[in-house]
Design a protein around this ligand. Structure first.
Ligand code: SR1
Ligand code: MG
Length: 416
């Protein structure tokens, strides 16, 4: 059957007639379908057997426009193929750190995958200051294994080139190039393009000062060019805390953590994924200015967030060095090269983290962490912290020499 947008009922009909469905569900049982998507782009349905919650699956469909914007923002459902391909690679490299892929239906631009019904997207619980003791470590491992494993360091050159050719994700990359790496920094755009920034009027002067900073704009221009031209590895491409799910932490504070939603996947600079992740921890730290009025509680949660950023980098570095020990190409076997590569990745991460903080504060796509602060004055206080740290991270990105230096800057700008 040709492409059609599914609803709760047609999703169930689709399942009943799909040849692979019986591997995951008893089609004779009463099936329940729910639409659960709350992301910006897609429709997501969960189907399960009534009375047997463990027998379930998730259907994610790319629709021909951006879900949050409607038909005025067309977007090819082809992104579902990118997600299918990326999930396949991630599953191969990290197994249970991502949902298990079941099948991809190209006609409906639909991915069927494991339903993580015991897991919650991290964004909201983290605004409520939930702690996941193994968050940074897990994401550091996920990044090292997926990035190294899809790069020239972990693949035979021809295979890497063939794989990177399957990830020309032009439409979704353009969203990032515009929304993350251009519009927030430019008061005026060229070529008839419009600026889609949205911001609290109370921080208009702060934004004007940021956009007048030529040193900062030069650095953003460099980062944007690197994003567009440095095909190091298959990135997740949108690794914020809305793209991570976890079970409630156990008695020891640990959770089962999975990375979801890799539809922005493309071949780019490794530091981009790292930067996105730590930036979203720092955005939360800024937002706690309003969410946690008690300074002790606020400081304690910021301390937790900063420790997770540190663990992420430490784990990433350790795992990368372990992988480098088996690198096949003689050119990359020296410690000096590996040190230099990791330093460049850190510098990129620092810059992209800054861009993410700025765009989530003044750009088109905001984060719940800041958006959920109802009082505009209090929100402006948190937003100024985010903008200040974002600017600093961008400006030191080419100069920073270790992660401790970066974290010193974070702790000075948004104190524990
Ligand atoms: C127009 S899409 C807005 C944002 O949602 C996605 O999750 C990406 O972060 C994108 O920038
Ligand atoms: Mg997403």
């Amino acid at each position: 059957m040709s492409y059609r947008i599914l609803d709760q009922h047609s999703a169930l009909e689709y399942i009943r007639s799909h040849p692979q469905a019986p591997e995951h569900l008893n089609l004779q049982a009463e099936l329940v379908g729910e639409e659960i998507g709350d992301g910006n782009l897609n429709r997501v349905f969960r189907v399960f057997e009534k009375g047997n919650r463990d027998r379930s699956l998730l259907l994610k469909q790319g629709i021909p426009y951006l879900r949050v914007a409607g038909e005025s923002w067309p977007l090819s459902p082809e992104r579902a193929r990118m997600e299918a391909q990326a999930l396949e690679q991630q599953y191969r490299l990290v197994g249970d750190l991502v949902p298990k892929p079941y099948w991809f239906d190209p006609e409906l631009a639909l991915n069927a995958m494991q339903d993580l019904w015991r897991h919650q997207v991290l964004r909201r619980p983290m605004v409520e200051r939930t702690r996941y003791a193994n968050l940074g470590e897990t994401i550091g491992r996920f990044l090292a294994l997926t990035l190294f494993g899809t790069s020239d360091f972990g693949m035979e050159p021809k295979a890497k080139k063939a794989l990177s050719g399957r990830f020309v994700n032009a439409e979704l990359c353009e969203i990032t190039e515009d929304l993350v790496l251009t519009e927030p920094f430019e008061p005026k755009l060229l070529g008839g393009k419009t600026n889609r920034n949205r911001f609290n009027p109370l921080i208009a002067d702060d934004l004007e000062r940021l956009q007048a900073d030529t040193e900062l704009r030069l650095e953003v221009a460099r980062l944007k060019h690197r994003f567009m031209s440095s095909a190091q590895a298959m990135l997740h491409g949108d690794l914020h805390t809305g793209s991570i799910m976890a079970t409630p932490p156990d008695a020891g504070g640990k959770a089962e953590i999975r990375v979801i939603d890799p539809e922005f996947a493309f071949y780019g600079p490794m530091g981009f994924d790292l930067g996105m992740f730590v930036a979203n921890l720092f955005l939360n730290a800024a937002a706690q200015q309003a969410h946690a009025p008690d300074p002790e509680e606020r400081g304690a949660y910021r301390k937790y967030l900063y420790t997770q950023a540190e663990r992420c980098w430490e784990t990433f570095e350790v795992e990368m060095r372990q992988q480098f020990a088996n690198v096949q190409d003689i050119s990359w076997s020296s410690k000096a090269f590996q040190d230099r590569f990791l330093l460049e990745t850190l510098q990129d991460a620092c810059g992209y983290a800054g861009c993410e903080m700025v765009r989530r504060t003044v750009g088109f796509a905001h984060v719940y962490d800041l958006e959920s602060i109802p009082n505009p004055e209090l929100r402006a206080e948190a937003e100024r912290l985010s903008l200040a740290l974002g600017q600093e991270l961008i400006k030191i990105s080419g100069k920073t020499s270790n992660f401790t230096e970066l974290m010193d800057l974070v702790r000075t700008t948004i104190p524990e």
